[in-house]
Design a protein. Sequence first.
Length: 337
Amino acid sequence: MRDLVALPKAELHIHLEGSIRVDTVRDLAERQGLATPSALHDDGWWRFDGFLHFLDQYGAVCNLLNDLGDFRRVGYEFCEDLAGQGVRYAEAVFSPAQHAGRLGDWHGPIEAVLDGLSAGERDFGTICRLEPDVIRDFGMELAEGSLEVAIRHVGAGVVALNCAGSERFPVEPYEDLFRRAAEAGLRSTPHAGEWSGPASIHETLRYLRPDRIGHGVRAIEEPELVKILADRRMPLEVCPSSNVATGVYPSLEEHPFPRLRAAGVIATLNSDDPALFGSWVTDEYRVAREVFGADDEELAAIARDGVESSFADGEVKAAVLREIDAWLATDPEPATT
């Protein structure tokens, strides 16, 4: 078997604030005299009592970022950590609305993150672009703020507008906002079909005109929807370990990733909130190998789909695709017993 860290990858569904190192979280809390989030235990693992507890603790992590230097730091460390996973190109969700009210600043945090990402690209080679998100729970006023942030930085490190938050809130009210985003040159990458079923995916396809869908796994509950996604070549940003950690599926063995792929859906592998869930993108490829039964040819095909579904320019895509082919051409390591 070939080394999965060495497999060149694109990471298409990862939240910057959900990727902050445990040591950094502790350092930020200690430096500011703030409490460490309660779900972070002494052994360095996060443990959540359901999805609402996870959301609360995610907010607690965000609240530790109170200086622009903190944002630069997490951007830089993010690039270093992705490089260690074999990620050549990433598109990360960043949440301006999580920080604007606390800091009274919409643009400083994302500009600091972009500074950190630029330095990280220089030092570690991983290219990272951002997708500011509209958080449905926060309402339209803050959504407008996130759109303004995204539009101001389009072409300067920002490639898409994301839509996150609870799927109990409809997406129709955001139709015009995403239309304006598209007119400004932004792509559309909303979450859908994670906690809500196929109806949320249908609504997202209708109102937000996505270029990719975050998660989308519950499409499996409606065969006709699976066919629509396959026929449209609509990429799904699938995060198996996250779906198990938050209770969408009871186990990895019951996750629909291999069934979606078998049905012709472009299902890519991603990590979501790797520091919080303890599973980075290489771990997701390991799940595909050890749980879903994917061989190295299929793993390379999944990696190619990630690259081709990204918003990277043609030159970057071509370079990473060549690296994937080179990985597959190497001799596999002998199996150990």
